[in-house]
Design a protein around this ligand. Structure first.
Ligand SMILES: [Zn+2]
Length: 220
């Protein structure tokens, strides 16, 4: 899953307004931000198999540290601790901020579960889980779009624009995310090179995070 992960970021921001939307963008995508460099370094394993799913050609046959349920819980705990002990220290809502950050990290596994073919382990190795929506391109696009729009609606309901821009900018941003995902799924050729895949994934994750930071300032 790609842009659909940000549904959780918007929803968690709506739950805890003192949490940074940009950091929630990092949190919800955190295990992927680790996965790509791990795959480049050979710590986790990805091979390209022509037609592996309708959506992409990735066979992620070994990635327990980032995409095992246990691994996800460990990373979520790290986020909780970082926020509770340091980053949100002194704020009255520090516990809630730490909780939504941890939930953001953990949400990645459960949203991946919807689309991945059974490749998500609990610890490492079998059994592996995935509902396999990646076998259908249109369904994949629709699921991500519905999640993201749902997250956005909840966010718009529970936050208020503080600038004129703030009234519509997050809607434009979600339209932009859906446009990027359209290009990703339907237009651009499949990527077969782990290095360029990593660079483009990280580029987009950080670009989106930057926009989220800017949007965050327009709403309260
Ligand atoms: Zn993932």
């Amino acid at each position: 899953m790609f842009v659909g992960h940000y549904a959780a970021a918007f929803a968690l921001k709506a739950k805890e307004k003192d949490a940074s939307l940009a950091m929630l963008f990092i949190a919800t995508q955190f295990v992927d931000i680790l996965f790509f460099p791990f795959a480049v370094m050979g710590i986790e394993k990805l091979r390209f198999v022509e037609g592996f799913t309708a959506v992409n050609n990735f066979d992620m046959y070994f990635y327990p540290y980032t995409h095992g349920l246990l691994g996800s819980i460990v990373w979520a705990s790290v986020f909780y601790w970082l926020y509770y002990a340091f980053l949100a220290k002194g704020k009255p809502s520090r516990k809630n901020i730490a909780i939504v950050m941890a939930l953001g990290v953990l949400s990645h596994w459960f949203t991946d579960l919807i689309v991945h073919t059974p490749d998500l382990p609990i610890v490492s190795g079998d059994p592996k889980f995935g509902l396999g929506i990646w076998n259908n391109k249109i369904a994949t696009y629709a699921v991500e779009a519905l999640l993201l729009i749902g997250g956005l609606i909840y966010y718009l309901k529970r936050t208020k624009a503080t600038t004129i821009r703030g009234q519509y900018i997050s809607i434009f941003f979600v339209v932009f995310l859906l446009g990027i995902n359209y290009l990703n799924l339907f237009v651009l050729p499949a990527n077969e090179d782990i290095m360029s895949l990593t660079i483009s994934a990280l580029f987009f994750y950080f670009l989106f995070t930057g926009v989220a930071h800017w949007i965050d300032k327009q709403r309260a």
